[in-house]
Design a protein around this ligand. Structure first.
Ligand code: SAH
Length: 222
């Protein structure tokens, strides 16, 4: 990642705020060092509107336009840690690119990321930011992620960052044997859910209550 960007502007002035964020994530139970290091290195302020940049290193969710939100760092860290389960991962499917912040964290801890987003302008902005910070192991698709991205499956892991009422069946079929899916599930009450595939069995664990925007259908071009 480019050091000039990491150190530039707010990146420099907020160094202490960033360190505090890391301490807080540790206190909240995040232990995976690869994940913590990725969060430490990643300039979150580049993924939000300039007017919100001063809040980028608080442990809080932030709006990214189009009625969507960038999850709070704790949730990003927790989901990534659960997805890894201490393993090395090659191919990971992400549904809901959004700002691209979660994508950037993932891309630093796995080999390759395949990221699907239904709102075209969000996808385009995310692509630009990731290119600017020199993250190159991500490919993007503008599509309805309910259908996954069959062409490159099965995936070692699947991360979904918007909540469906039920786990989409098509995503389960694209999960490799032994693979893990992390997904918020539910309408009024949502639970972060870990699904582990064992052959034809899908073992589910409800991890903790969460609040995500809904997983919608179809695509938007503007
Ligand atoms: N992970 C993102 C935040 C995501 S907000 C980040 O770090 O910024 C949820 C995202 O999921 C939004 O961008 C929304 O447009 C997208 N989304 C919702 N339903 C979708 C679907 N069916 N397919 C692909 N993306 C979807």
């Amino acid at each position: 990642m480019r050091d000039d960007l990491l150190k530039s502007g707010i990146g420099m002035t907020s160094q202490r705020t960033r360190e505090r964020l890391l301490e807080r994530l540790f206190e909240e139970g995040i232990r995976d060092l690869k994940v913590l290091e990725a969060i430490r290195r990643t300039p979150r302020h580049l993924f939000v509107d300039e007017a919100l940049a001063h809040r980028a290193y608080e442990d809080t969710a932030l709006p990214i336009g189009h009625n969507q939100t960038l999850s709070q760092p704790y949730i990003v860290a927790r989901m990534t840690e659960l997805l890894l389960g201490g393993r090395e991962l090659d191919k990971v499917l992400e549904v809901g690119t959004g700002s691209g912040y979660q994508t950037a964290i993932l891309a630093q801890v796995v080999e390759r990321v395949f990221s699907v987003e239904r709102i075209l302008p969000l996808q385009e902005r995310a692509k630009t930011v990731l290119r600017d910070i020199d993250i190159r192991n991500v490919v993007f698709r503008h599509a309805d992620g309910n259908w996954g991205w069959p062409q490159y499956g099965p995936y070692d892991a699947i991360l979904v960052t918007a909540a469906p009422p039920e786990v989409p069946a098509e995503l389960l079929t694209q999960l490799a044997d032994g693979g893990r899916m992390v997904i918020p599930v539910g309408e009024h009450e949502q639970y972060l859910t870990l699904v582990i595939r064992e052959g034809d069995q899908f073992i589910r664990h409800q991890v903790e209550p969460v609040r995500f925007v809904p997983l919608l259908s179809g695509v938007m071009n503007s």
